[in-house]
Design a protein around this ligand. Structure first.
Ligand SMILES: *[C@@H]1O[C@H](CO)[C@@H](O)[C@H](O)[C@H]1NC(C)=O
Ligand SMILES: *[C@@H]1O[C@H](CO)[C@@H](O)[C@H](O)[C@H]1NC(C)=O
Ligand SMILES: *[C@@H]1O[C@H](CO)[C@@H](O)[C@H](O)[C@H]1NC(C)=O
Ligand SMILES: *[C@@H]1O[C@H](CO)[C@@H](O)[C@H](O)[C@H]1NC(C)=O
Ligand SMILES: *[C@@H]1O[C@H](CO)[C@@H](O)[C@H](O)[C@H]1NC(C)=O
Ligand SMILES: *[C@@H]1O[C@H](CO)[C@@H](O)[C@H](O)[C@H]1NC(C)=O
Length: 523
C-alpha cells in the first residue's frame, strides 16, 4: 500500500436505502443492494450467493458473453450465434492469433491478517460461501494468493516471527497465532476448494526491528550493515525458515518477493511497517545472501520476484538488479503495484522493461481502491472503482504482465482492521453483525479475467477498426478456445462485431459503462 497519509479526509457515510432489486446472474442471481453509490453490491449469506456456476464452452458456431455493467448486470450470461457474414457494425475487433505474447500466470488477492479476521468473523457457512466465491469452480477461480510474512498495516498489532533482539541464528523464529489460527487454516480451505494447486506468493513488510537502522518496524529504516553482513544473512535465512514453517502445514509457496515496497522504507518516514532497500542494496542482498540461501535450501525452485513496488520505478530498478549476473540468476519476475500508474505510462515502464529483459515475467502484486487521501475507504457499489480495476488489468495485460492480484481478500465496513488507520476498499466487504458479505463491483472486474483466463492462456493480437477508445485484450486458452475482454467506460452503447477467421463474425454490443467477456471455440 502506498498510502502515506493516515488521516481520513472524507468520512464515507454508508447509508443503505434499503432498495433491493433482483438482477439475473446465471445460475444464482445477485441479491442486489443499492447504497449511496452509482451501482449495486451483491449480498451473500451462508445459504445464498450469486454465481454463474461452471462455465461450459459452447459448440463451434456459438459463443457466450458475460456482461457486468453499471446498470446492474453481474456476469450476466447470454449465448450468441456466430455469423458467416459481417453484421455491418461500425466497430470490428479482429483477432490476430499469429501475434503471440505472454502466458497467463493467474489472478488472486491477499490473505492478510485483516482479511482472515473478517472471513473468520462470519459463521462457518458464510465463511465457506466466501471462500467458494473466490476459489471454487463455481466461483471466480482465483489461483494465486499473496501472503504477508508477519504483520503489515492490515494487522491489529506489530510483530515479526523473530522479535528476540540479537537472535541472529533465528533460534526463536516462530509463526504467529495469526498464521497458525487464521491464515493457514483459511489457506488450507481455499486450497481444498480449488481444483488446481494455488500459487502462493510470500511478501515481507519489515524485518525484525533489531536488524534495522531505526530499531523499529515502521518508519524510515533499512537493514544494519551491508549486504553479505550478518543482518542481511539473517534476513535471508528468515525467508527460508518461513517457507519451512509453512511447509509443516502442507503449504508451499510458488514465489517470494524481495520485500513489499522497498522505497517506502527508504525514502519516507513511513507510517507503517516498511524495510528500505535501494535497488543496489536489493541487488547485492540477492547476489550475496538471499539467492545463495534459497539455492542451497529445499526451496531452490521457489520463484523470486523483485521490486514489489510502484511501476514508476521501472525500468530503472530492473536495470540495476538484472544487469548484474550475480543477482539476476536468482530472479524470475518483477512485481508491480498499481498506486501511481497514472503517472507512469505502461509502455515506458512495463513495455521497456519487457523489451530489455523478456525472460523475466511481470506480475501485478498489489492493487486496491480507496487508498488515496482524496478518495478514502470503502464505497459500497462504486462503479468507477470497477472501471479503474478493469482498465488497469487490461493495460497491464496488454503490456506483458502475466497476472494481477487484488489486495485484501476481505475487509470490514470501515475498510479495516488496520492498526495504522490506513483504511481502504476491498472486493468483498464483510458485515459480521448481519452475517453477510457484499461483493463489490470490483469483485466482478476481477471475475471477468480470473474466471476465464486460465493459467497458461496466451495473449494474442487484436486489431480494432476505426478510432475507438474501446479497451480490449484477447487470449487463446490451453484448450484452444478464445477469450476476448471488452471494457466500455463511456456513456454510449456501441454495437460491435468480432472477426475470428476460423469461425466467422461474432455480433455483440457494449452497453454504456460495461465490461464484457466473450468466449468461443475456434476451429
Ligand atoms: C440468505 O439470503 C437469501 C436470499 O436473500 C434469503 O432468502 C435467506 O433468508 C437468507 N438467509 C439468512 C439466514 O438470512
Ligand atoms: C453473405 O454474403 C454473400 C456475399 O456477399 C451473399 O452472397 C450471401 O447471400 C450472404 N449470406 C447471408 C446469409 O446473408
Ligand atoms: C528463545 O529460545 C530459547 C531456547 O530455545 C529459550 O530458552 C528462550 O526462552 C527463548 N526466548 C524468547 C524470548 O522466546
Ligand atoms: C500434510 O499432508 C500429509 C499427507 O497428505 C498428512 O499426513 C498430514 O497430516 C498433513 N499435515 C498437516 C499439518 O496438515
Ligand atoms: C517519524 O514519524 C514519527 C511519527 O509518525 C515520529 O515520532 C518520528 O520522530 C519521525 N522520525 C523521523 C526521523 O522523522
Ligand atoms: C466504449 O467507451 C469508449 C470510450 O472509453 C468509446 O470510445 C467507445 O465507442 C465505447 N463503445 C465501444 C463499443 O467501444
Amino acid at each position: 500500500m502506498a498510502g502515506i497519509t493516515t488521516y481520513t479526509l472524507f468520512i464515507v457515510c454508508i447509508v443503505s436505502t434499503g432498495v433491493i432489486t433482483h438482477t439475473q446472474a446465471g445460475s444464482k442471481s445477485c441479491e442486489a443492494r443499492m447504497f449511496s453509490e452509482d451501482s449495486v453490491v451483491c449480498e451473500c449469506n451462508a445459504t445464498h450467493c450469486d454465481s454463474v456456476g461452471k462455465v461450459t464452452l459452447p459448440a463451434v458456431g456459438q459463443f457466450v458473453t458475460f456482461l457486468t455493467s453499471e446498470a446492474g448486470s453481474r456476469l450476466h450470461q447470454e449465448q450468441g450465434q456466430v455469423q458467416r457474414n459481417s453484421t455491418g457494425a461500425a466497430v470490428r475487433i479482429t483477432l490476430v492469433p499469429q501475434q503471440k505474447y505472454q502466458h497467463v500466470q493467474g489472478f488472486g488477492g491477499a490473505m492478510t491478517d485483516a482479511a482472515a479476521i473478517n472471513i473468520l468473523s462470519l459463521s462457518t457457512g458464510a465463511q465457506d460461501q466466501l471462500l467458494r466465491q473466490y476459489f471454487s469452480p463455481e466461483g471466480i477461480e482465483y489461483n494465486t494468493v499473496r501472503v504477508p510474512m508477519a504483520s503489515c498495516d492490515f494487522s491489529t498489532r506489530l510483530y515479526t516471527y523473530a522479535d528476540t533482539p540479537g537472535d541472529y541464528s533465528l533460534l526463536n523464529f516462530t509463526l504467529a497465532k495469526e498464521d497458525t489460527h487464521m491464515k493457514i487454516p483459511l489457506l488450507q480451505q481455499a486450497q481444498a476448494l480449488s481444483p488446481r494447486p494455488l500459487s502462493l506468493l510470500a511478501s515481507a513488510w519489515s524485518s525484525p526491528a533489531w536488524m534495522k537502522t531505526n530499531g523499529e518496524l515502521m518508519g524510515k529504516g533499512s537493514l544494519k550493515g551491508k549486504p553479505g553482513g550478518k543482518e542481511y544473512k539473517a534476513w535471508a535465512q528468515y525467508y527460508i525458515m518461513f517457507l519451512e514453517e509453512y511447509e509443516k502445514h502442507n503449504i508451499s509457496f510458488w514465489a517470494l518477493s524481495t520485500g513489499n515496497e522497498p522505497t517506502s522504507g527508504e525514502l519516507t518516514n513511513y507510517s507503517f511497517q516498511a524495510l528500505g532497500f535501494t535497488p543496489e542494496q536489493q541487488r547485492d542482498w540477492l547476489a550475496l545472501d538471499l539467492g545463495p540461501a534459497l539455492h542451497s535450501s529445499p526451496y531452490a525452485k521457489t520463484r523470486v520476484i523483485i521490486l514489489d513496488d510502484q511501476r514508476l520505478l521501472l525500468p530503472h530498478w530492473a536495470k540495476v538488479v538484472l544487469s548484474d549476473i550475480h543477482a539476476a540468476r536468482y530472479v524470475h519476475g518483477i512485481g508491480v503495484h498499481w498506486y501511481w500508474d497514472r503517472y507512469a505510462p505502461a509502455d515506458i515502464t512495463l513495455g521497456t522493461t519487457h523489451d530489455l529483459y523478456p525472460e523475466y515475467f511481470l506480475f501485478g502484486t498489489e492493487a486496491c481502491s480507496g487508498w488515496s487521501s482524496l478518495d478514502r475507504g470503502v464505497r459500497l457499489g462504486s462503479w468507477r472503482r470497477a472501471e479503474d480495476y478493469a482498465h488497469d488489468i487490461i493495460e497491464d495485460l496488454n503490456n506483458h504482465v502475466t497476472g494481477w492480484m487484488d489486495w485484501n481478500l476481505a475487509l470490514d465496513l470501515g475498510g479495516g482492521p488496520n492498526w495504522a488507520k490506513n483504511f481502504v476498499d476491498s472486493s468483498i466487504i464483510v458485515d459480521s453483525s448481519r452475517d453477510v458479505f457484499y461483493k463489490q463491483p470490483t469483485f466482478y472486474s476481477m471475475a471477468h479475467f480470473s474466471k476465464f483466463l486460465w493459467e497458461g492462456s496466451q495473449r494474442v493480437g487484436v486489431s480494432v477498426s476505426k478510432h475507438s477508445a474501446l479497451e480490449t485484450t484477447a487470449f487463446i486458452r490451453p484448450d484452444g478456445s478464445a477469450v476476448l475482454i471488452v471494457l466500455n467506460r463511456s456513456d454510449v452503447e456501441v454495437p460491435f462485431e468480432v472477426w475470428d477467421q476460423t469461425v466467422g463474425f461474432l455480433p455483440s454490443s457494449a452497453p454504456p459503462h460495461s465490461l464484457l467477456t466473450l468466449l468461443w471455440k475456434r476451429s
